[in-house]
Design a protein around this ligand. Structure first.
Ligand SMILES: Nc1nc2c(c(=O)[nH]1)N[C@H]1C(S)=C(S)[C@@H](COP(=O)(O)OP(=O)(O)OC[C@H]3O[C@@H](n4cnc5c(=O)[nH]c(N)nc54)[C@H](O)[C@@H]3O)O[C@H]1N2
Ligand SMILES: Nc1nc2c(c(=O)[nH]1)N[C@H]1C(S)=C(S)[C@@H](COP(=O)(O)OP(=O)(O)OC[C@H]3O[C@@H](n4cnc5c(=O)[nH]c(N)nc54)[C@H](O)[C@@H]3O)O[C@H]1N2
Ligand code: SF4
Ligand SMILES: [Mo]
Length: 764
């Protein structure tokens, strides 16, 4: 690669920071924030420099490898594809299509090539046993969006740059850099919020890095947020504070919501939540009375026992107080590639509970089952048992609850293949590992996170380095496998037309598709004066088509859509190449009612599946058992899920994989700071040093996820030297939010005691 500065988007987390990478003599000399990036404006976090470590890591796999009796052996791509296609086809022939399981991990959503090729790939595999990180993450948000707005990926995004009150519940953007809210430099944005007289309120069982910036902070007992939000809804109705504003004529079933909240007075929830009734009332009043305000919830409220119901209520609170669809409130974005509109056009608004998983009867979501039941599906004999497994960019042994059980289940499979560039806790079980090119060796466009950004932006980054010889991109791997599997299924031959289609797809790759999507999207073709002239006639023609006519959908998607008329135009791949720091497409704009995808054009405030959960929520009002400790997770700015721990720069210093515990809880258990504690549940346990801190609520302990790199047979020596322990070895996989099927990663009950070595135990 040529010497000089290359501009790019960091793909590690959701924040989409612009980076300026200096290359000298074909090597990375420095990585800095790109001041010209319209969204991040020069901000980066410590992980950005680790892009270099990831790129140069000699332990990152570069060639396909296969497990043999003599250890791992390199193989050619052709051999690898043949072997994988043959073994998968064989398992399918013998045990049926559902005997193959697929797990898609988090980095896939940061990879436009993968996103464009997963559909044909999954189609070729043909299984219903699909899983992903979604059910350990944002599934409740997707369900609420589907139920209320009619589309599973239409998320209301907080307009943090224009709001005067930001209520953050169960998210810690100072560590995570935001989620379902792409918000680089959240510190700067919070500072700006305060400078204009605005307020930040944080509600969390831990006084987090974000909480430390807050004007107001409340500890909340894990898993009880739904009570808090119900009491806020209750207060709004009781005090006549409901005013849905712009959304008023769009909402329905408000009366049912009011009824549901009747039994949850602030007084009744104060004890279980740990938040005083007056504070709850005031919170509801502040939300109602601050015109520009946004209530935001994330991981801590979605991956818990009431994930679905909490997320629904958060959506409702924004709507009841008129915050939906106004500047400074929560708005839908208008990305350059509108996957929401595209999905709707092809009938892919999303679906839920169309079928249920074989062993535990858990509901599917958008065609996949909850990841917490993967091990069940591998270990339980019968028709449809998973015998072969495919992972793409995932490390579920560390990221899925009860990782230990999954670890064992993977070992018992007939065949496993992983598309991944690390030999880690999960991929060590594979028979074949297919490593893709490194991130800096491929082009980048954030199809997903552009949809969640607090400003509309578009940015394309060209590959910075030539791929090493004979390397394959993720999309090439997926397409090649898909092609071979389809062929094998059709007896070794495909019709000529289909064969040509595969050839064309493989030859073109994702970027020409991206170009076409940009050109035909909301900021696409500029029709200039001619466009203005024909617009009225076009509007008339579009309006006269029947409601569900395909042409209507198509016209709505084209740059001619009336709603998109005022947007800047002319976006294409070549234009984006001319602006390597990205293009600003403006602040978030109101888009209702056009943006709704519900059949009746209404926002349903009281979907049945949430109402059905209210009784279960009432049980939380009963006094709980004292002395139980609840376990929650946490993130740190120098860590990224399970897979960036091989960077010395990021793991150096004091271990961050500790058990945080309140001084009172430590004392009653005879534990002191730094001492090893055993954290147990369901007969499983891990050992970690205690970090005694008043920043955590009494009765709550916290462990970060993604650690536990002590397992043998992995190939990440730096990570292994900083192994830590996996919180998911303690968490129970049977524990899901029954409404959505999301894993309960926060709030499970654990025991903590002084750890004793075998010798000590014997002596005692
Ligand atoms: N540095 C870093 N950044 C990341 C990641 C990373 O691993 N490291 N991961 C990325 C990914 S994949 C995601 S999804 C996002 C997640 O982004 P965030 O949602 O911001 O994730 P966390 O930092 O885990 O914040 C969750 C918060 O919920 C709190 N919490 C736990 N239980 C409860 C509860 O019952 N109620 C309430 N109110 N709060 C609770 C926790 O104490 C914690 O502060 O971060 C992304 N960014
Ligand atoms: N207890 C607990 N568990 C959690 C969470 C929590 O807060 N608490 N958070 C959950 C959340 S939000 C998430 S998103 C999940 C994440 O769960 P996963 O997606 O299963 O795990 P990651 O740690 O992100 O692992 C990513 C894998 O992708 C590989 N990889 C990285 N880049 C690429 C690439 O470009 N191509 C390919 N093919 N592979 C690549 C890495 O080597 C690694 O093996 O974890 C969840 N698990
Ligand atoms: S916050 Fe850090 S990891 Fe996330 S995109 Fe920005 S630089 Fe990358
Ligand atoms: Mo995530």
């Amino acid at each position: 690669m040529q010497n000089g500065t290359h501009y790019r988007t960091c793909h590690l987390c959701e924040a989409m920071c612009g980076v300026a990478i200096e290359v000298e003599d074909g090597k990375i000399a420095s990585i800095k924030g790109d001041e010209q990036d319209p969204l991040s404006q020069g901000h980066i976090c410590p992980k950005a420099v680790a892009l270099q470590d990831l790129h140069e890591d000699t332990e990152r796999l570069r060639k396909p490898i296969r497990k043999t009796a003599d250890g791992w052996q390199e193989m050619s791509w052709d051999e690898a594809f043949d072997l994988v296609a043959e073994r998968l086809t064989d398992v399918r022939k013998r045990h049926g299509r559902n005997s193959i399981g697929v797990y898609l991990g988090n980095p896939n959503v940061h990879n436009h090539g993968t996103l464009m090729t997963t559909m044909p790939f999954l189609h070729a595999i043909g299984t219903q046993n699909r899983f992903s990180a979604t059910s350990n993450d944002q599934l409740p948000h997707m369900l609420a969006s589907l139920e209320m707005f009619g589309h599973q990926i239409l998320f209301p995004i907080p307009d943090i740059d224009n709001t005067d009150l930001f209520i953050c519940i169960g998210g810690n953007p100072m560590a995570s850099n935001g989620s379902l809210m792409t918000v680089p430099d959240v510190r700067g944005r919070i500072k700006a919020l305060k400078q204009r007289g605005g307020k930040l309120v944080v509600i969390d069982p831990r006084r987090t890095e974000t909480a430390k910036l807050a004007d107001q902070f409340h500890f909340v007992r894990p898993g009880t947020d739904a009570l808090l939000l119900m009491a806020m809804v209750h207060t709004l109705f009781a005090e006549n504070l409901v005013n849905a504003g712009a959304a008023e004529r769009l909402v329905k079933d408000m009366g049912l919501l009011r009824l549901a909240a009747l039994g949850f007075s602030p007084e009744s929830v104060a004890e279980p939540t740990g938040i005083a009734a007056d504070d709850i009332r005031q919170l509801a009043r502040d939300l109602a009375n601050t015109r520009k305000a946004a209530l935001y919830t994330r991981m801590g409220t979605s991956t818990q026992a009431f994930g679905a119901t909490t997320t629904w209520l958060a959506y409702c609170l924004n709507i009841l107080t008129g915050k939906l669809d106004i500047p400074g409130g929560v708005l839908f974005t208008q990305p350059a590639v509108d996957l929401v509109a595209l999905g709707a056009l092809s009938g892919q608004n999303g679906h839920f509970a169309k079928r249920h998983s074989r062993v535990r009867g858990l509901p599917e979501f958008a065609g996949e089952y909850p990841a917490s039941t993967m091990a069940d599906e591998m270990l339980t004999p019968g028709d449809g048992q998973i015998r072969a497994f495919v992972t793409v960019a995932g490390n579920p042994v560390l990221s899925n609850p009860n990782g230990q059980r999954l670890d064992e289940a993977l070992e018992g499979l007939e065949f496993m293949v992983s598309v991944d560039y690390y030999l880690n806790e999960t991929t060590r079980h594979a028979d074949v590992i297919l490593p893709p090119t490194a991130a800096l060796e491929r082009s980048h466009y954030d199809l997903i996170f552009s949809m969640f950004a607090v400003r509309n932006v578009a940015k394309y980054s060209e590959a910075l380095f030539e791929p090493v010889a004979d390397a394959r991109h993720d999309w090439q791997i997926l397409l090649e496998l898909a092609h071979r599997l389809e062929k094998a299924r059709k007896g070794g031959r495909l019709p000529l037309r289909s064969e040509l289609g595969w050839k064309a797809f493989k030859a073109l790759g994702p970027d020409p598709i991206l170009d076409a999507l940009l050109r035909t999207g909301p900021y696409g073709a500029n029709l200039g004066k001619a466009g203005k002239l024909v617009q009225p006639a076009l509007d008339l023609a579009i309006d006269s088509l029947p409601k569900r006519h395909p042409l209507k959908g198509l016209a709505k998607l084209s740059p001619l859509n009336r709603r998109w008329q005022e947007l800047p135009k002319g976006l294409s791949l070549s234009l984006l190449k001319d602006y390597p720091s990205g293009v600003d497409l403006g602040p978030l704009q109101p888009s209702l009612p056009e943006r709704l995808y519900t059949r009746d054009g209404k926002i349903n405030l009281a979907p049945r599946r949430y109402l059905a959960d209210v009784e279960r929520l009432k049980a939380l009002l009963e006094p709980g058992k004292a002395n139980d400790l609840q376990l929650i997770g946490r993130r740190h700015v120098r860590s990224n899920n399970s897979w960036m721990h091989n960077s010395q720069r990021l793991v150096k210093g004091k271990s961050r994989c500790t058990l945080m515990m309140h001084p009172v809880d430590a004392e009653t258990r005879g534990l002191t700071d730094g001492q090893q504690a055993e954290i147990g549940s369901g007969g499983r346990s891990v050992v970690l040093p205690v970090e005694v801190t008043e920043d955590i609520m009494p009765g709550v302990v916290s462990i970060p996820h993604g650690w536990g790199h002590h397992r043998p047979g992995t190939g990440q020596s730096t990570a292994a030297a900083h192994a830590g322990a996996s919180i998911n070895d303690v968490l129970n996989d049977a524990d899901v939010d029954p409404v959505s099927g999301t894993s309960v990663l926060n709030g499970q009950v654990v025991s903590v005691k002084v750890w004793q070595t075998e010798a000590q135990l014997k002596q005692a």
